[in-house]
Design a protein around this ligand. Structure first.
Ligand code: ZN
Ligand code: ZN
Length: 257
């Protein structure tokens, strides 16, 4: 099985999996790049997975479905390009011989879902849309800090080796913020250097892994003393409660330059 990020727009990745014949794509915000890739590789599009309703994740779905007849799978409660199969918490979907668990991760949007397979060629794999980014997390457009924290906590509980396929190349700007929160985090410093080298050659910084994110992503580290201290220093009126720390970090990041 092969895992490929197809670049789209300025910083999206449309993640694709294929077995040499059939392909799966996740969140195709546009159709052209995917169609070109399918043709170059001689692949048939089998399935489209959608994590949430934003246009940069769904804009190419109708065109690709029409051109290829691919099956479309997406979340239960979001406006979606019909027709599609809607799936929710606890359901599984079989694609290209892989079994994906559906995990509901509200916060960025109200009905956002993630797709997790425990075994893709021996390693777990997660498609998490705009919920978890490397070094960061999605903005709270439709959910509360408590919801998003709960969603991220569930993803952080997946095996450390889980490859994390995020939809945006936001890593370097996220890490700038992470460094402001945790200037003394040595793992973070090393990771920043690695990501800068990757981007200098125009390579993706993704996929990340759950194990790595737990060491460098402040939004997964809201119980770390250094992170709590930074949040309290930034917003002195709040408490060290995990949700309050998370809310402070998220608002701080929204205005961070
Ligand atoms: Zn989004
Ligand atoms: Zn997006």
């Amino acid at each position: 099985m092969h895992l490929i990020p197809i670049p789209a727009f300025s910083d999206n990745y449309i993640w694709a999996l294929h077995d040499g014949q059939r392909a799966l794509v996740v969140d195709p915000g546009e159709a052209n790049g995917v169609a070109r890739w399918l043709e170059q590789q001689g692949l048939r599009l089998d399935t489209i997975l959608i994590t949430h309703h934003h246009a940069d994740h769904t804009g190419g779905v109708a065109e690709l479905r029409e051109a290829t007849g691919a099956r479309v799978i997406g979340p239960i409660v979001e406006p979606m390009p019909e027709p599609l199969q809607r799936v929710g918490e606890g359901e599984t979907v079989e694609v290209l011989g892989l079994r994906f668990d559906v995990i509901e991760v509200p916060g960025h949007t109200a009905g956002h879902i993630a797709y997790y397979t425990p075994d893709m060629d021996g390693t777990p794999l997660l498609f998490c849309g705009d919920t978890l980014f490397s070094g960061g997390c999605g903005r709270l457009f439709e959910g509360t800090p408590a919801q998003m924290l709960n969603s991220l906590t569930r993803l952080a509980a997946l095996p450390a080796a889980t490859r994390v396929c995020c939809t945006h190349e936001y890593t370097l700007s996220n890490l700038k913020f992470a460094q402001a929160v945790e200037p003394g985090n040595a793992d973070l410093l090393a990771y920043i250097e690695r990501c800068k080298a990757q981007r200098a050659q125009n390579f993706p910084t993704l996929p990340s892994s759950i194990g790595l994110e737990k060491h460098i992503n402040p939004f997964l580290r809201t119980r770390e003393p250094a992170v709590v201290r930074s949040a309290l220093a930034h917003e002195p009126g709040t408490t060290d409660d995990e949700v309050a720390v998370f809310a402070t970090l998220r608002e701080w990041k929204n205005v961070f330059k």
